[in-house]
Design a protein around this ligand. Sequence first.
Ligand code: NAP
Ligand code: ZN
Ligand code: ZN
Length: 349
Amino acid sequence: MITAKARAVFRPEGPFKLTTIERRELKPQDVLIEIKYAGICHSDIHTARGDWGPVNYPLVPGHEIAGIVTQVGSEVTKYAVGDRVGVGCMVDSCRECVNCQRGEEQYCLSGNTGTYAAIDRYGQYTQGGYSTHIVVTEDFVVRIPDGMELDVAAPLLCAGITTYSPLRHWGAAPGKKIAVVGFGGLGHMAVKLAHAMGAEVTVLSQTLKKKEDGLRLGADHYYATSDPETFKTLAGSFDLIINTVSAKIDINAYLSLLALDGTLVNVGAPAEPLPVQVFSLIPHRRSFAGSMIGGIRETQEMLDFCAEHNIAPEIEVISANQIDEAWERVLVSDVRYRFVIDIRTMENE
Ligand code: NAP
Ligand code: ZN
Ligand code: ZN
């Protein structure tokens, strides 16, 4: 076993404590990664607090991982010691089902293996990236492009791919009007990516507090959803809406903003149901859809797209002893726009 330092919660509300965890000895296709940075995703909070169901404690969250390969198994072909790599939300899948074969491992019919809070094929409970090292099979590791810093690469592994994938799937391109609901970690990446794909982008945020940032980062328009006029002005206007909100919202109000044949894709994953009135969908042949991260091949494509278009998340780097504080700020929508943990700060603790 390989011992790693980690920050874990021992109960739903935390706080985080320093601990040690065991990583498996390298199998022939495994790589050992020394983690340099780990992003903080709202899903870490949902999971730790049991919003999506019970989990085991201690729990080490973190699925936006960027680091360096420090050891490779005997059959590894894709990576070598010293390579700059990333790991996102999943570390394995069956690799045989029709969805895995299509490169959509996130939709594996047997369920993908989450980077944390899952049982892997060896029967071990997975622990995430708020730690110094991780062992992952090479097929679930992606390469961080040259010239992209590791700190900004980290959030792309979840926030980046989760917004890139539906934008691609639903055809973000010039001439398309796209709205992004919620301007946080995922939301700000959706704005940057949709803008780079040539779409006309509108942010729908609770208030106008972050309007300047929104326009600077690529939005063409920015509206406050607390203003009822917004829903009148924008009725029937979008081809695609990406909802990134982590809480329950009145989804019917947002569906009314879709144009004919428009689609609202929910990537936000609140614990509560979002009840849909069929008459929000029927009159304009609208669709209500969901989307989960993206496959490994598409994650690599997204990283390369970001490198090519000079796209990086707006980050605030914190030390490992500031995670509790950062989580509190995420919970009150006070994040601009992704917290990233500098894992080196854990090594001296
Ligand atoms: P985040 O940084 O906290 O952003 C969420 C944003 O939603 C906030 O910045 C805020 O934007 C808005 N918001 C929060 N509470 C709200 C409320 N009560 N009413 C209206 N708007 C509210 O979170 P994130 O990391 O981007 O994650 C967002 C959601 O996506 C989470 O539920 C997460 O679990 C989920 N997620 C899903 C996937 C997937 O594969 N589908 C992957 C990653 C994350 P404004 O301040 O602009 O209003
Ligand atoms: Zn995430
Ligand atoms: Zn599968």
